[in-house]
Design a protein around this ligand. Structure first.
Ligand code: AZC
Length: 839
């Protein structure tokens, strides 16, 4: 009989084909998956078929670790960290899993032997953009470090059908396109259709006294939806640990629909279904007013309720029915206030559903939760109008009132007669329209509260949570952010990784402090030359990308000065544009001026409803247009806006930067993590004393950091004395010329209206003090250009920056959380001798 299976495809699967890692086995497994999962002969397979076949091949190799990790945690009843986050901005999985499995080279070779290019397959992956920016990406770095440090952990979040929108630039403006990331399937997740949990909304409550004399409350909801679990394994670096990321999708409860069917209300049932499934449809962009967005509150409650119910289910798996040791099994981190409703939900589950006395439930709740704050911006502090909250979560509102009543009684004892303080501390904001303050709920319901950089944690204690700090100072600590060197160095910068590993071995990937061994090499001319050549290669690749993507030619020999992050006024992208226009003026004034050729590269998304941020994107593109066309300057100055900045693009950009722009107004950027990724990849930083810049500068040495701008205290003083931005503008002829040039319509085809809101805002209000920092920024930039002319000096500073970045590994951050907040120990995962699970 002739075989239908083409030559080269295995017909009999051996155990080895599923788990083996020899090149031959990988190749066979890949062909097998192409045939049996994708249903394709090689000659008609698309790149995406190949990508999927490879993804399944790699997934097979991590399932063994994953299942054994889960089994070990279950058998040993391991204490587990639960990281609750509305966002996990993971970035593509394939490359990262290859690195963490130690299989990158083998798979590259197996693909080569199959006539394929691994890089091209990696490019096929649609990135799961389930986050906005810093906070979501931090959650992803922390998941990587938890697994690498062999800490039992579960990430709980939302499986958005549409992640952060894709950004296109049309006529210089941002246009948002829905992110259909699931269009071609997601090979990294395993749906668990049998793991479904009910979540209630709306309706009313009633109370009665049960036959044992207990006061009980029943919540009769208006609507019930069900959460379905989707599991993604998160692998540690070269360890056997693979942790669980469990994301929830909302579905209609079928039995709930039947009633409508029976009464003939077919469309009512359909509407119900749509309404249920809408809950996890789309990620909300941040930097927009969320107040009053009912669906957002539903999302938050939905995933928290699923997570907590799931934890209780896991707890009971060990045979324990009594929940009195719940906090010993689980420690739960609230990633900002988005999951803060968990405090009330755990109380409800313990008191209403498990009949625990209030005091005991409160004790467990407080010992379970810890809260991380990620921003001081008042407009980003979540608060929900009472009527909206009460109509959606009537029982939780009662619970919050009770928590608040008891809490304020305690405050009264400590500060008798201080009504002002009570008003400030209350979980309910009573001024004007009444609100539930989510940060207060998180603070009252947690045993630990932290900020994300030293400066931010201090400001938190002085401003937003000041009264809480005075009340319970022992709860507060700082945990400076970190980034994972696996994704942000090994995967994205293979050239530098190789160079470093050749000199100091590979331990630094897990112990980033060891980069310090590079310090003596800063004086080694040969090493410095190799260092520069790696950077140049990275710049050439980015230049190629820019040419392909937006058709602008940039010179890889020019200084690559890069500002990529969400677009926001406090991040001051427009300050950088003012600087660019200043350079442009100088070159126009003196066409033969000798100047270091520079390429300014911008990237980032603006929240769709944030008008000013969108205008800043248009502003950057308009200035780029004029400058890139101007023959007088364009060989010395180029400006590029990279559309659709995301994790994948970040992986191209960080390794190619000479200069990292971290220019936020002091006191506004809680930490920043891009600043760390740049410096780790050898960029020097021009920055203000804001967020983690302060600590980066301390670590790398003030002489290796370009500092400018007012400090938090100086800004405070400036504002106290009445900040008058127009005085700064009138006082600096160059600055005034720049502003006048913009107003004249020079960058807007003569349209004097287009950028008026931007310029007027700077003249009159300038909330983020661009004009006050302008001169210092421009002066500092001159120093940058001077040093850049001395390439040996620049390379030396770059090497020293990298050598001293050890502190900014997310491994260090996670160790601190483990020691100070979570009190959790690593658990070694041992794989069984036979490949498949034995039990
Ligand atoms: C960000 C902060 O703006 C950034 O400074 C920090 O590095 C990051 O969190 C991680 O801690 N915040 C957010 O992305 N979002 C909110 C709501 O704060």
């Amino acid at each position: 009989m002739t075989s239908l299976i083409p030559p080269g495809c295995p017909t009999v699967l051996t155990e080895d084909d599923r788990t083996g890692t020899s090149i031959e086995t990988l190749r066979r497994a890949f062909m097998d998956n192409l045939f049996f999962i994708q249903g394709r002969f090689p000659e008609v397979a698309t790149k995406n078929d190949y990508y999927l076949a490879l993804a399944y091949t790699v997934r097979d190799r991590l399932l063994l670790r994953w299942l054994n990790s889960a089994k070990t945690y279950r058998d040993q009843e391991s204490r587990t960290v639960c990281y609750l986050s509305a966002e996990f901005l993971l970035g593509p999985h394939l490359g990262n899993n290859l690195i963490n499995l130690g299989l990158y080279e083998a798979v590259e070779e197996a693909m080569r032997q199959t006539g394929l290019n691994l890089k091209e397959l990696l490019d096929q992956e649609e990135e799961p953009g389930l986050g906005n920016g810093g906070l979501g990406r931090l959650a992803a770095c922390y998941m990587d470090s938890l697994a690498t440090l062999e800490i039992p952990a579960i990430g709980y979040g939302i499986r958005y059908e549409y992640g952060i929108f894709d950004q296109e630039i049309r006529d210089g403006w941002q246009v948002e396109i829905t992110d259909k990331w699931l269009r071609y399937g997601n090979p990294w997740e395993i749906p668990r259709p049998e793991l479904i949990l009910p979540v209630k909304f709306g309706g009313h409550t009633y109370s009665y006294t049960d036959d044992q004399g207990r006061y009980r409350v029943i919540w009769e909801p208006h609507q019930v939806v069900q959460g379905v679990a989707y599991d993604t394994p998160i692998l540690g670096y070269k360890v056997n640990t693979a942790n669980l990321l469990r994301l929830w999708r909302a579905e209609a409860v079928e039995s709930f629909d039947f009633q409508a069917f029976n009464t003939g209300d077919y469309y009512g049932a359909v509407n119900q279904k749509i309404a249920s499934e809408n809950i996890t449809k789309v990620l909300y962009p941040n930097d927009e007013q969320l107040q009053g967005k009912e669906l957002r509150l539903m999302q938050e409650y939905f995933f928290c309720s699923c997570a907590l119910q799931d934890m209780i289910r896991l707890y009971k798996q060990s045979g324990k029915q009594d929940l009195s040791r719940f906090h010993e099994k689980f420690t739960v981190q609230l990633n900002d206030t988005h999951p803060a409703i968990s405090v009330a939900e755990l109380m409800r589950l313990l008191v209403d559903e498990h009949l625990m006395p209030w005091e005991q439930a409160w004790d467990i709740t407080r010992q379970t939760f810890a809260y991380t704050n990620h921003t001081l911006l008042p407009e980003a502090l979540e608060k929900w109008p009472l009527d909206l909250f009460g109509s959606l979560l009537p029982r939780h509102l009662q619970i919050i009132y009770e928590i608040n009543r008891r809490f304020l009684d305690e405050v009264r004892l400590q500060y008798p007669g201080d009504n002002d303080r009570l008003r400030r501390l209350s979980i309910i904001d009573e001024s004007g329209c009444r609100y539930v303050r989510m940060a207060h709920l998180a603070a009252v319901g947690s045993h630990a509260i932290n900020g994300v950089a030293v400066l931010h944690s201090e400001l938190l204690k002085q401003t937003v949570l000041r009264d809480f700090y005075e009340l319970t100072p022992e709860k507060f600590s700082n945990k400076t952010n970190g980034v994972t060197p696996r994704r942000w160095m090994v995967l994205s910068n293979p050239g530098l990784t190789r160079l470093i590993t050749e000199r100091i071995g590979e331990d630094w990937v897990k112990h980033l402090d060891q980069l310090r061994q590079l310090e003596p090499l800063a004086a080694d001319a040969e090493f410095a030359a190799q260092w520069r050549s790696v950077k140049h290669g990275n710049k050439e690749r980015l230049a190629q990308y820019i040419r392909d993507r937006i058709g602008v030619t940039v010179d890889p020999h020019s200084l690559f000065s890069i500002l990529v992050k969400r677009i926001h006024e406090y991040k001051r992208q427009h300050l950088c544009v003012l600087k660019v226009i200043t350079l442009y003026q100088m070159l126009r004034d003196q066409p033969h001026l000798e100047m270091v050729p520079q390429t300014f590269i911008f990237g980032g998304k603006a929240a769709p409803g944030y008008y000013m941020a969108k205008l800043i994107i248009k502003f950057i593109n308009s200035v780029a247009d004029v400058i890139n066309r101007d023959p007088v300057v364009r060989d010395r100055l180029r400006v590029v806006f990279l559309p659709n900045y995301n994790v994948t693009l970040g992986q191209r950009v960080y390794p190619a930067a000479d200069l990292s722009q971290q220019i936020s107004t002091a006191g506004y950027e809680a930490s920043g993590t891009g600043n760390m990724k740049f410096a780790l990849n050898g960029a020097l930083t021009i920055g203000t004393l804001d967020g983690a810049n302060v600590e980066i500068r301390e670590a790398v040495g003030a002489e290796n950091f370009f500092l400018f701008g007012h400090t938090v205290e100086q800004l405070q003083e400036l504002r106290c004395n009445g900040y008058r931005p127009w005085e700064f503008a009138n006082g600096h002829p160059m600055l005034k010329r720049v502003l006048d040039l913009i107003s004249s319509g020079y960058f807007s085809h003569g349209d004097t209206e287009l950028f008026r809101p931007l310029v007027e805002h700077l003249w009159q209000d300038d909330r983020y003090c661009l004009l006050a920092d302008y001169q210092s920024y421009v002066d500092c930039y001159q120093r940058v250009l001077q040093v850049y002319q001395d390439q040996a000096q620049w390379a030396k500073m770059s090497i020293l920056n990298v050598a001293r970045m050890g502190k900014f590994s997310s491994d260090r951050a996670i160790r601190e959380y483990c020691q100070d907040i979570w009190h959790v120990q690593p658990v070694k995962i041992v794989l069984p001798a036979t490949a498949y699970m034995t039990s």
